[in-house]
Design a protein around this ligand. Sequence first.
Ligand code: ADP
Ligand code: MG
Length: 351
Amino acid sequence: MASTFRPKTRSTIHEFDLIHALHKQHSRRTPSVIRGIGDDAAVITSQAGQWTVLTTDLLTEGVHFDLRTATMADIGFRAAAANLSDVAAMGGTPQYLLAALAIPRTGSSRQVEQLYRGMMAACRPHHVRLIGGDTSASSGGWFLSLTLIGMVLPHKALFRSGARIGDYLYVTGTIGDALAGLKLLNEPPARAKHHPRTATLSAKRRQFLIARHLRPTARIAEGQWLSTHRFATSAIDISDGLSGDLRHICEESHVGVDLDLGALPVSPACRAYAASRKLDPVSLALTGGEDYELLFTVSPRQRPRLERTALTRGFSLTCIGEIRPPHFGIQALSPHGRRHRLANTSYEHFT
Ligand code: ADP
Ligand code: MG
């Protein structure tokens, strides 16, 4: 789109050169893409009878990322992973990516290059093709909006609304890591250096936690597995924190839940971090968003088969609660055996 807004200081980037470079580097010929980058719009074929999954995410500098603690490649990677994770939570297969970008005056073509490098690194394992986007100048910071298109087998899509009373609640992987990683990145250098207990957090654990924040893994294979075998009755990805994302399943499915806080899967690195900073690992696991793990429900009948095949596939799953009638609300059993209503401690933009 032509821009009516011209920044006072022109950036050194030329839009057409940039698009040309992106086209050369990231467009791959593939039979299902009739037209990719380079025309007015992209054209793709669609398989008859398949359902299409669409998701879009907007990332704003200063709100979603900070160039002091993340590289452009990290930002691109994380943005793509967030979109991939949304498709994973639907049980879908991601296929095509559109990227809209607003570049600040100070932005360089090298930074754009790095951004796309990170984005495509997250997409490559899933064979996702970049098929278009849009480019603009920004009078403020960077803006990045990604749109991901994918497909799911008809009637196999996973929704937030399918949880039934008596179902078991599961989560993939470990939770709280990304928040611990973010907190580590935001620690003032002096504090990190002279922190009395820094020694208890090894460099390896520190790197693991930071990578979980900067380079999260979208659980695509797990989502497809849950959908094709009809294991999950409902699913969501954890992008805002367990306490809030669990609430979405309960609201959409009109159910309550009994959450077992002692069962939450917290990694050894996250536990070590919590101990070294005198934080509660359970509260990191409840509050931390952006782990991009899948939270899902399974009927008691399916449970043995789910657990058996998860082992053979090498998927890490943990049962963390049970679905209850709506009047039960959202309750949590603490590791000390006390039951209480669960507060929503998730991230919210407008509060
Ligand atoms: P239009 O003015 O019709 O929107 P553009 O010049 O913006 O056309 O875009 C030309 C082509 O380049 C289109 O195929 C578009 O999808 C692609 N494109 C533009 N910006 C980007 C970007 N940031 N990333 C990927 N593809 C882009
Ligand atoms: Mg355009």
